[in-house]
Design a protein around this ligand. Sequence first.
Ligand code: PEP
Ligand code: MN
Length: 339
Amino acid sequence: MIVILRSDATEEQIQHIVEKAEGLGLSANISRGVEKTVIGLIGPEDVLRVTPLEVFPGVEQVIPVLAPYRLVSREFKQENTIIKVTDKVSIGGEKIAVMSGPCSIESAEGMRSIAKVVKDAGANILRGGAFKPRTSPYDFQGLGEEGLKYLKEAGEEYGLATITEVMDSRDIELICKYVDILQVGARNMQNFSLLKELGKTKKPVMLKRGISATIKEWLMSAEYLLANGNFDVMLCERGIRTFETATRNTLDINAVGVVKHLSHLPVIVDPSHGTGKWGLVGGSAKAGIAAGCDGLMIEVHEKPEEALSDGPQSLIPEKFSALMKELDKIAVAVSRKLL
Ligand code: PEP
Ligand code: MN
């Protein structure tokens, strides 16, 4: 931590800061320049969370040196994290994972037929929401446990791993009985009590980026999961809210490279929620792979016009299968594989 002092800081104020820092177990080095004096503090910075140096007389600015998301950072772990989801599915290695299926689980038959589409196209994870975070309370809220059963049955029948969203910590135990990956939706990225509980589970967690969250806030939310014991965490860029209204969200492709640089955790790109329009999904999915993502989440529906949620951004099976072949070529071009 670097403490920059005001030009008029007195010797007494400087000594007071040094004594306080040393009392907290930090070692202090004073550098006196012509214009400014700075104090470099070395040691466990966390102690300064309860004693913020900003409030001390004579202090102009305090600059932390260490990232606040320690366990999530590349400094903590240099090599990429590879999450073993099932015996057949890993995320974070050479193969790019593809999670596909409808936005909401709608019926047993619908789930089974979409699972076949997903499997035949070469994707490895089946998605579907049973507890839906809808902006309007009057919109379809999901089938709950019944939907989880359909997802599990369809996944087992076609040898696909499964993912679904957890909205409430009271549902974690139930959901863990049915699926392989627990998804935290954008609206819950900073639901810290939910994150703490998910940190105590043994299942991989996919943390979506909050609608208006900075990358730093997103990584700090991931830190909650790791700090509570769960290191099987992947991050999903699903678009953020900007001034642009032509698309549902603005897919932040830059975030892929930034997060891969700052963190060892796998990064997933969701071009479906990122664009909100099926015609834009393919291009953004390709961009995600080119930017270095480890997986994609793509919504697919046999009859998007009848979908109970997110029909406009859902690909029909034929378009999805064709896209998968194109995505594989992009993957190979960046020394990865998809199929
Ligand atoms: C979803 O995956 O269907 C979903 C609701 O995503 P998000 O939380 O990114 O809006
Ligand atoms: Mn959706």
